[in-house]
Design a protein around this ligand. Sequence first.
Ligand code: NAP
Length: 285
Amino acid sequence: MQENTKKTIVITGASDGIGAAAARRLSSAGHDVVVVGRSPEKTRSVAESIGARHFVADYSDLSQVHALASDIAESTDRIDVLANNAGGIFGKGRWITTDGHEMTFQVNYLAQFYLTRLLIDRLISSNATVINTSSLVHRLFSRFSLEDLDAENRYDPRTAYGNAKLADLLHAQELSRRYGHLGLTSASFHPGVISSNFAQESVAGAGVDALYRGPAQKLLSGPDQGADTLVWLAEAAPWADFGSGGYFAKKKPASIARPAQDPLTAYKLWETSEQMIEGLPDLAS
Ligand SMILES: NC(=O)c1ccc[n+]([C@@H]2O[C@H](COP(=O)([O-])OP(=O)(O)OC[C@H]3O[C@@H](n4cnc5c(N)ncnc54)[C@H](OP(=O)(O)O)[C@@H]3O)[C@@H](O)[C@H]2O)c1
């Protein structure tokens, strides 16, 4: 690979499943991949198999997200791509993080919002692309309310997950609106219904459990196929190959739920998220 096409690509949730598959493919294509995971053993194992740097953070603790941002910023001057891919469905029951937020909301969305915000100067100076792993279920399960982001009312793990994945999509839209004029680009995508470690430890409820752990699981595609759109977006030329801020599936623009069609919702989610992380430390300059 020529030096001018080689990218530094940070992938969270890269210790398993779709993120690990993307890390392997992008590394073997010649890119400089930074592997981020939660489990130290799994993260090290993926990183060592491709000769990549690795960092660990548990997104249910935002102080670990801050430490992760510091580690990444210290380890590289450039970030061409930040793939916010860590996530999952949690439950049964409404679990609360050490920061006092509902678990699915924080791990899938708020932690990535904070990480991206901490790295924003580095991302802008690199003309980076931020890629958020969303999901088709943002259209099926969400009951999105800016007044109830922490899912205090009528908790259901599937709804919490659908809402969080809708927030991922809105985050990508708003990143483009706020920082597009400075050269930052963004996208969100649905990876497909993929057999991975996803939903293996949760009791998310009928439908999800049967699909991911029942006999139907054998019919699902594997993580390599789930990584297709992430790999495509990471290697693509923004604007030439995809519209910044867009939502994609199978490497093409895809339909989005009604609340995600209103720019004001994305704007308000950003403002509310800023309030939620108010008081948390910035990166030392
Ligand atoms: N599988 C699907 O059908 C599907 C469909 C739509 C969207 N997605 C999304 O695709 C992304 C990847 O999922 P996957 O299918 O590859 O699942 P996976 O095999 O379970 O991988 C999930 C990744 O997220 C990391 N993670 C989980 N909880 C975390 C936490 N508290 N803090 C930091 N990292 C955490 C895991 O780290 P450890 O392994 O180190 O714990 C792992 O690297 C997720 O955002 C998921 O919501 C999946």
